[in-house]
Ligand binder design. Structure first.
Ligand code: BG6
Ligand code: MG
Length: 216
């Protein structure tokens, strides 16, 4: 019998397709600075903080910027991103996500959010999923970014469960590493090539069910 009591979900790219909005906004910033980056490079930005993303992108463009200019650039990217997410509706919940959350609730599992985003609250409200979460850990609370396990350990602590009783759902390599570093099981959302180390990889939550969860 499975000892799993709780599920911790990343937000961007797992529950909603905001990974695309992050990509668009960073790409716009890079283009304005005179360079571009590929979708493959974008994989490295998934799961990491806004500040660290900017550092990586500036490095790819071979551009050096100091504060307060860096802060201005991160702010510009975020304002475009917030413009996009402000228009979000429940239709943008990824296939199967709401159904899986409902099934978990019904079966008595605890549910937490474990996101690096400072915008997680706005997104959950826009898509109407707040009520599913027993605990919310986001970029406003944490001090160390994925692959540090802090975001997930904090989630387990808030739910009152042990790490070994949690399964994390993640689309980012940094997030898979964070979950593993925290001693948790992890289901990767995406492709196995991008997510080595996950206990199971599925294309999306529409492919997840209770049976698979209990087998982890
Ligand atoms: C993560 C995304 O969920 O949040 C990253 O995968 C993003 O791409 C990070 O950089 C921080 O998001 P925000 O909304 O605080 O800029
Ligand atoms: Mg993500």
């Amino acid at each position: 019998m499975s000892n799993i009591k709780a599920c911790i979900f990343d937000l961007d790219g797992v529950i909603v397709d905001t990974a695309v909005y992050h990509y668009k906004a960073w790409k716009r910033l890079a283009n304005e600075l005179g360079f571009d980056f590929t979708e493959e490079a974008n994989e490295k930005l998934k799961g990491i903080s806004r500040k660290e993303s900017l550092e990586l992108i500036l490095g790819w463009g071979g551009i050096e910027k100091q504060e307060p200019e860096r802060d201005n650039l991160a702010h510009r990217k975020n304002s475009w991103y917030v413009e996009m997410i402000s228009e979000m509706t429940p239709a943008e919940i990824l296939p199967g996500a709401k159904e899986f959350l409902s099934n978990l609730k019904e079966a008595g599992y605890l549910i937490a959010l474990g996101s690096a985003s400072k915008n997680a609250g706005i997104i959950l409200t826009k898509v109407g999923l707040n009520d599913y979460f027993d605990a919310i850990v986001d970029g406003n609370i944490i001090t160390a970014s994925k692959p540090d396990p802090q975001v997930f350990l904090k989630g387990a602590e808030m739910l009152g469960v042990d790490s070994s009783e949690c399964v994390v759902f993640e689309d980012a390599i940094a997030g898979v590493e964070a979950a593993k570093a925290g001693g948790m099981k992890v289901v990767g959302i995406g492709s196995s090539e991008n997510l080595p180390g996950a206990d199971l990889v599925i294309a999306g939550l529409h492919e997840m069910n209770m049976e698979q969860l209990e087998k982890l």
